[in-house]
Design a binder for this molecule. Structure first.
Ligand SMILES: Nc1ncnc2c1ncn2[C@@H]1O[C@H](COP(=O)(O)OP(=O)(O)OP(=O)(O)O)[C@@H](O)[C@H]1O
Ligand SMILES: [Mg+2]
Length: 192
């Protein structure tokens, strides 16, 4: 039984490249991530990061065309990893693409990677033109004794419903609100 608890846990989703599936991915990954002691704010951060990666696959990878976005997630009881992969057009210059405010689309803000970097511990990008893109996101629950607001409950904590329990403290998170949730950035400019 002890061994069973140590078994790695994982999730795999294959979704058609459609803006509305950004919301499916973010909710599924957040539900999976809640197996670790993330706070509600941290789960919100994970949702934003996943939304940005999936939105990029839909918008840039497949250019709003057909394709499959594969989302994998896993954890070892300590650290969450999430992989978002497309087999779309790929990125020519990854370093440039990761710069805040860089976008190949003048209609966009170029902030997707910046949000992923801000909200996750580590972001790895593997991509080549014509070969698709894989983004890997890593995050550990913040050690609770080092938490800046020690009263903030974990998502599974019954006290999570308490006032302020789920209030994202970060102004970046506020700035990210509404992005990539299927009604936000993935839809911007979508031909519908
Ligand atoms: N999956 C992908 N496939 C191909 N190109 C990508 C992919 N993800 C990102 N890119 C490229 O990297 C650039 C930067 O991505 P980023 O998410 O930071 O900004 P954006 O998507 O352009 O704007 P925003 O996310 O603010 O709407 C994109 O403009 C695009 O050229
Ligand atoms: Mg983006």
């Amino acid at each position: 039984m002890g061994d069973r608890a140590a078994e790695p846990r994982w999730l795999e989703l294959r979704l058609p490249s459609r803006p509305e599936n950004v919301g499916v991915a973010r909710v599924a990954v957040a539900a999976f991530a809640a197996q670790l002691p993330f706070t509600l704010s941290e789960l919100e951060e994970i949702k934003v990061a996943v939304s940005e990666a999936v939105t990029n696959a839909v918008v840039h990878g497949y250019g709003h065309g057909r394709g499959v976005v594969t989302i994998r997630a896993g954890h070892d009881g300590r650290r969450l990893w999430v992989e978002v992969a497309d087999s779309g057009r790929g990125i020519a210059d990854i370093e440039q693409a990761r710069q805040p405010a860089f976008s190949t689309d003048p209609e966009r803000m170029g902030m997707g990677f910046a949000f992923m970097e801000a909200f996750m511990d580590q972001v790895d990008v593997e991509s080549a033109p014509g070969a698709g893109t894989t983004v890997r996101l890593y995050k550990r629950p913040r050690p609770k004794e080092q938490a800046s607001s020690p009263d903030e409950p974990a998502a599974g904590d019954p006290a999570a419903g308490a006032p302020n329990g789920g209030a994202p403290p970060s102004s970046q998170l506020e700035a990210a609100a509404g992005r990539g949730d299927g009604s936000g950035s993935a839809d911007a400019g979508a031909a519908r």
